[in-house]
Write a protein that binds this ligand. Structure first.
Ligand code: HPA
Length: 234
């Protein structure tokens, strides 16, 4: 047990999927895993362990934003020895060729600040995905017929952003989408030599103003879970 995760030692798998929303963790575990056991409910941040095609898998909510994700990922790595960590979440599209419902596989995650930025100070560290996971997720997306874009994303600290000029610079530099967690996940994975990837569905679009209706979010979310699981065990 840790401060924020009540799971017994050994009850979290080496492979952990990380949705921001704890109810998405519950839905994904009940939909895709067998022999599911709830292993965490501290603060309502639900976590589950089960099996997928015979492989042990945990699915743990992280909350929104890098400070929250950082707590869960630090404890999953340092206390439960998680080795493969895949964020499954939503993002805002930032390029014309990226459409609502498309998947983005985040090769890199740029950020202004993160819980790790005080370590790097004047250095601009480049958080990046694990190559084997990225390649496997691209193959799994193609196999499923899901449109997946591979490239850079922007991990912002704010959803209601008053600095539109920063978003404009991201768009100008080819960033595919904006979310709020991946840069810290990638930085922690680098620090502790673990494998990490963010698989994201485009749920809204900063240029077109479109947004995915709530009744369609579940299907897109399911695609991401399957892509993440397939990539983890490829
Ligand atoms: N901004 C930040 N995070 C997000 C967005 C967004 O537009 N959409 C989904 N997550």
């Amino acid at each position: 047990m840790t401060i924020h995760i009540g799971a017994e030692p050994g009850s979290i798998a080496e492979t952990v999927l990380l949705p921001g929303d704890p109810y998405r963790a519950k839905w994904a575990a009940e939909t895709f895993l067998t022999d599911v056991e709830r292993v965490n409910e501290v603060r309502g941040m639900l976590g589950f362990t089960g099996t997928w095609k015979g492989h042990p898998v945990s699915i743990q909510g992280t909350g929104m934003g890098m400070p929250s994700l950082s707590i869960y990922v630090n404890e999953l790595i340092r206390d439960y020895d998680a080795k493969t960590l895949i964020r499954i979440g939503s993002c805002g599209g930032m390029q014309d060729h990226v459409a609502i419902r498309d998947v983005i596989l985040a090769m890199t995650a740029s950020t202004v600040t993160s819980p790790s930025s005080s370590i790097f100070r004047e250095l601009s560290f480049a958080p990046c995905a694990d190559w084997d996971l990225l390649r496997a997720a691209a193959a799994a997306s193609a196999e499923k017929g899901t449109i997946a874009h591979v490239g850079g994303i922007y991990s912002s600290d704010v959803f209601y952003d008053e600095r539109s000029d920063l978003n404009e610079q991201m768009v100008r530099h080819g960033i595919l989408g904006v979310e709020m967690e991946a840069a810290e996940l990638y930085t922690l994975a680098a620090r502790y030599k673990r494998r990490a990837l963010a698989v994201l569905t485009v749920s809204d679009h900063l240029i077109t103003g479109e947004a995915l209706p709530s009744d369609q979010r579940e299907t897109s979310f399911g695609d991401m879970v399957e892509i993440a699981l397939t990539a983890a065990f490829s």
